[in-house]
Design a protein around this ligand. Structure first.
Ligand code: SF4
Ligand code: SF4
Length: 402
């Protein structure tokens, strides 16, 4: 590897680049009683997948391959109870996600319930369905922050990746409205082989719309992204160029734009602490109410997940076998068990470990100490150097149904 690339790999390895976790401001004085705020290990946030319906068709979507149908979605009042319970056990942030959360016609009611219990609210959206009036009403209700996902800033490529015509212009408009209305703004930019050449322009876009933060995340290859991996995975060399671009932009834009950068697992030497540690930070709730320790947890074998309609969130958080399965250190095998990073990354991602080695308790193959690491990295390089196949799109618009 040339010297400059070696240097970049070193930077990436040392994880000098900030990882893509949330740094959203927490409300301090909501006036809401948080009975459980003193629990030692309260969740920091709840990620509410309000629906799996979405007008876009991103081939890397983190929703499961088996998308939940609209007739199983929880009602606004069921979400209200879930938010109340989340706040009562100490959660501070609520991420309203999907699918496309604005596909819910009762989004304003749902947001209102979250504001009522004092949660910091963050809307994660593709933005294409929002009108200025609707965004203004959401701001009036108390929406704190919006994260707009960008497929690309080159129009034809944005249309191609999202499977949706004209998304880019709408994202640009909504980002500007958000700033006019005083809503905090993050641009989410999932990175892959088919938009990576425009990374600098994507950063420029975030500056132009006056975003406070950009999250540049190399894709995690599970769910739809795993299905489309060969069409999405970049070469190691191109990945390292993104490290260079982000480092330079971070220096250039100090005080203008904050960066979160999620590096590419296949080209890492140590894994990320997945979702802040299994069962340690976040609760994901699917449209029908299934509570998960991470988005992809249902891909793991042998776990039974509870539903917020049947169990109080506190019980799920503290006693559910699924939340306890990979919590802490007891489940670990070597080399993680005796590794001095075991309480830093908790062995990495369980779903990635299982997907690659069929053992959910294995070391994440992103770790250079994993027996699978070399073949994990080699597979990526092999696919990245071959011609990209066509996308298998994630299709479930469902907009006329609810
Ligand atoms: S299809 Fe795209 S926009 Fe829609 S939920 Fe998935 S990643 Fe988000
Ligand atoms: S061996 Fe396990 S604990 Fe150690 S760095 Fe690798 S994944 Fe992390």
């Amino acid at each position: 590897m040339p010297k400059a690339l070696n240097l970049l790999q070193g930077l990436s390895d040392k994880r000098l680049l900030q990882e893509g976790h949330n740094h959203l401001t927490k409300k301090t004085a909501s006036g809401t009683k948080r009975d459980g705020a003193s629990y030692v290990s309260a969740p920091t946030g709840l990620l509410a997948e309000l629906t799996h319906r979405c007008p876009l068709q991103c081939p890397y979507c983190s929703n499961p391959l088996e998308l939940e149908r609209s007739n199983n979605e929880m009602s606004a009042t069921e979400w209200a109870e879930t938010f109340k319970q989340a706040a009562s056990i100490g959660a501070l942030q609520l991420h309203l996600s999907g699918g496309e959360p604005t596909a819910r016609r009762d989004l304003e009611d749902i947001l209102g319930y979250a504001v009522e219990v004092g949660l910091y609210t963050n809307l994660i959206t593709s933005a294409v369905l929002l009108t200025k009036d609707q965004l203004s009403r959401l701001a009036d209700i108390g929406l704190d922050h919006i994260q707009i996902s960008i497929q690309d800033v080159v129009e034809e490529n944005s249309d191609l990746i999202s499977g949706y015509k004209g998304a880019l212009a709408k994202k640009y408009a909504v980002a500007n409205w958000a700033r006019e209305l005083g809503i905090g703004l993050t641009i989410n930019a999932p990175m892959h082989r088919q938009n990576i050449m425009n990374l600098e322009k994507i950063i420029d876009f975030a500056v132009e719309v006056d975003a406070q933060r950009i999250e540049i995340a190399h894709i995690q290859y599970y769910a739809w992204a795993q299905k489309n991996r060969a069409a999405l995975i970049p070469t190691h060399e191109i990945f390292l160029e993104t490290v260079n671009i982000v480092e330079a932009a971070k220096q250039r834009l100090i005080g203008v734009l904050n960066f979160d950068f999620v590096i590419h697992d296949h080209y890492a030497s140590r894994p990320k602490k997945c979702t802040g540690g299994w069962g340690q930070s976040i609760i994901v709730v699917t449209p029908s109410g299934t509570a998960l320790p991470c988005h992809a947890a249902q891909t793991l074998p042998g776990l039974k997940f509870d539903n917020v309609k049947d169990q109080h969130l506190l019980k799920i958080w503290e006693t559910s076998p699924a939340f306890n399965a990979y919590r802490g250190l007891d489940w670990m095998k070597e080399p993680c068990r005796s590794c001095d990073r075991r309480e830093i990354d908790y062995g990495g991602c369980r779903c990635q470990a299982y997907a690659f080695s069929q053992d959910p308790a294995a070391t994440d193959p992103a770790c250079a100490l994993s027996v699978d690491h070399a073949s994990f990295a080699a597979l990526a390089e092999q696919e990245a150097h071959a011609p990209a196949p066509a996308f298998v799109y994630r299709r479930y618009d469902g907009l006329s149904k609810k």
